[in-house]
Design a protein around this ligand. Structure first.
Ligand SMILES: Cc1cc2nc3c(=O)[nH]c(=O)nc-3n(C[C@H](O)[C@H](O)[C@H](O)COP(=O)(O)O)c2cc1C
Length: 373
């Protein structure tokens, strides 16, 4: 183990990583018309390092999958072609890149759906009104509950998207099973009120998720597949009455399917002795899962080093800090101050501002960031 655990090399399946600081999937809403744009070449390659690992923003698996304006897709030929130069630029810097494949389910609005139709879900209960950080209010329409017979088609959309991602050059895919989107709508008992074999007990609620994983692993190989899960979160009013049982069930089933990694989101952090610390609630899942275990949610340099040193996680995934610090691994290495992130430009469409204009260390005059979670 190196003096700084986050900088210890790691073997991720057949991939050799030179450090453990992973870039989180981050929706940036700059893929006009759902097509990745050339400015994403700059954005992703700025954050690529030799032996690093990047995960793309949530990327739609079909034309019903999008929950935000201008999020990218990987379901059309045009999108696949548009991803290629982005992936190549990241590879040219020696980094891995996985595509996060996603279906928003009911966390979408009719404007983003073909022919203005209702979004699809496990349920017909809408997402309650959401109050956004920029002061705006988002209302959601009632979704259309998928029939049992329609579900294989959605599974197949994930399979095809995974194939397309590999054709675009990605090293693998991360299945988005977190944050209140379609897969989680099926998994959690607050949003799954189905009476068929996809609803009821935990086996049934996880059936759709596991069919997706199985199909994707069959298509591209389990060694190129990861899954993101957030059993303890309640985003978009999607929560489970027994999150630990859900997390453990999924960890055991993912072992059977032999995928590369399990990427879990921490429950909200707790303040201990005046600073936020990770509550370590994922330990049972870490112990149960036999592949690479990745953690995310509220980590800084100190907590990241700590969990790697303790063996609580193999890799630590950074979202907002990586968004605002294109050279985050370097800054961690030298203990440099961090740029502050600006929430107001997280999802704005500008191809530069708040996207590729965060300064690198050499040009930075910023001071240490305080996380305001
Ligand atoms: C601007 C923004 C966009 C995000 N987009 C995604 C996404 O596309 N997919 C996803 O799984 N999580 C997404 N997240 C969640 C992050 O991946 C991450 O889990 C979260 O920011 C907590 O980690 P952090 O404390 O290191 O930022 C997003 C978060 C932010 C701030």
């Amino acid at each position: 183990m190196a003096a700084m655990p986050l900088l210890d090399p790691y073997k991720l399946g057949k991939f050799d990583l030179s450090h453990r600081i992973v870039m989180a999937p981050l929706t940036r809403c700059r893929s006009y018309g759902n097509v990745p744009q050339p400015h994403a070449i700059v954005y992703y390659s700025q954050r690529a390092t030799k032996g690093g690992f990047l995960i793309t923003e949530a990327t739609g698996v079909s034309n019903t999958a999008h929950g935000y304006k201008d999020s990218p897709g990987v379901w059309s030929k045009e999108q696949v072609e548009a991803w290629k130069p982005i992936v190549s630029a990241v590879h040219a810097k020696g980094s891995l890149i996985f595509c996060q494949i996603w279906h928003a389910g009911r966390s979408s609005i009719t404007d983003f759906q073909p022919n203005g139709q209702a979004p699809i879900s496990s349920t017909d209960k809408p997402v309650p009104t959401q109050y956004l950080h920029d002061g705006n209010v988002q209302e959601y329409p009632a979704p259309r509950r998928l029939t049992t017979e329609e579900i294989p088609q959605i599974v197949n959309d994930f399979r095809l998207a995974a194939r397309n991602a590999i054709d675009a050059g990605f090293d693998g895919v991360e299945i988005h099973g977190a944050n209140g989107y379609l897969i989680e709508q099926f998994m959690k008992d607050s949003t799954n009120d189905r009476g068929d074999e996809y609803g009821g007990g935990i086996d049934n609620r996880c059936r759709f998720a596991l069919e997706v994983v199985e199909a994707v692993a069959e298509e591209v190989g389990g060694h190129r597949v990861g899954m993101r899960l957030s059993p303890f979160l309640d985003l978009m009013d999607c929560w489970d009455s027994d999150p630990e049982a859900l997390g453990l069930h999924m960890a055991a089933k993912l072992n059977e399917l032999g995928i590369l990694y399990c990427h879990m989101l921490e429950p909200r952090m707790v303040k201990v002795e005046g600073r936020y610390q990770i509550p370590h609630r994922l330990l049972p899942m870490r112990k149960a899962f036999r592949g690479t275990f990745m953690v995310a949610g509220g980590y800084d340099r100190e907590e990241g080093n700590k969990v790697v040193a303790e063996g609580y996680a193999d890799l630590v995934v950074y979202g907002r800090l990586f968004l605002a610090n294109p050279d985050l691994p370097r800054r961690f290495e030298v203990g440099a101050a961090l740029n502050k992130y600006n929430r107001l430009t997280f999802y704005t469409p500008d191809p530069v501002v708040g996207y590729t204009d965060y300064p690198f260390l050499e040009t930075s005059n910023f001071t240490q960031d305080n996380l305001d979670l």
